[in-house]
Write a protein that binds this ligand. Sequence first.
Ligand SMILES: [Zn+2]
Length: 215
Amino acid sequence: MECPICNSEDIETLKSKVTSSKKNEINDFLLKCNECSNVFKEHTTFEKPKPIRLIISENESSKRTNVDIYPDDNLSVGDILISDLGKSEIKSIELKNSKRIKSTIAKDIDTIWASSIDIPSRIGISVNFKGVTQAYKVDLNRDFRVSVDDVVKIENMLFKVRIIKTLKKKMTRGSAKASVIRRVYGDPVNYNKYSYDLTNKIAIKKGNKKKIISN
Ligand SMILES: [Zn+2]
C-alpha cells in the first residue's frame, strides 16, 4: 500500500475492520501517511476459505475429511495441515483433471493426499535365525531412536540390531529416528541384558519363523 498523494510506503494503520460477504472476506483500513500526513481509506478482498477433500493415510488404512483453505493459498508437498483428524503432512496434490503435482494454489486442487503425523511410526523388524526369518511390525513413537548394535527384547528373544533400512539408505552403523525407518534387521543373541523391550509395541507378527526365499 502506498499514499495516493505522495506515493510514500511509510503508512500507519489507524483502524481496520474485517467484514464478510457470502464469498469474500473484506478488510477495511483507515490509513495515515507518515510523509505527508494524508489520511485515506483502502480495502482488500480475499475469497473465503473453501473446503478441500483431504485423504489421510494411517499405516494400512485411510480416512477422509475436508479442510478449509483460502483459494489463493499455495500448498506444497511437505506442508503440514491441521484438520479434524489431527496433523498430517501433504504427500501429493491431485488436480481436478486427476494429474498429481507437488505444489499449486488451493483453488486448483481436487484432493490433498496426506499421511498422519500424530500417530506412531510403523516399522518392520526382521530377525534372522540361520536363514529363517521372524518378522514383526511394531508401532514406535516417531522420535524413538534405534541404533545399530542395540540389544532389543521382543517376546521371549533378544536380538542385536545389524542393519537399519531407512527411507533413503541402508545403515550398518549409527542411529535413526523411527519416523524415517522402514525396517530393522537383527541377529539373535544370548545376552543377559537389553536396551529396550518392543514386545508391547508389536502391531503385526508375520508367520512363525517363516522361511524367506531370498535371491
Ligand atoms: Zn503521503
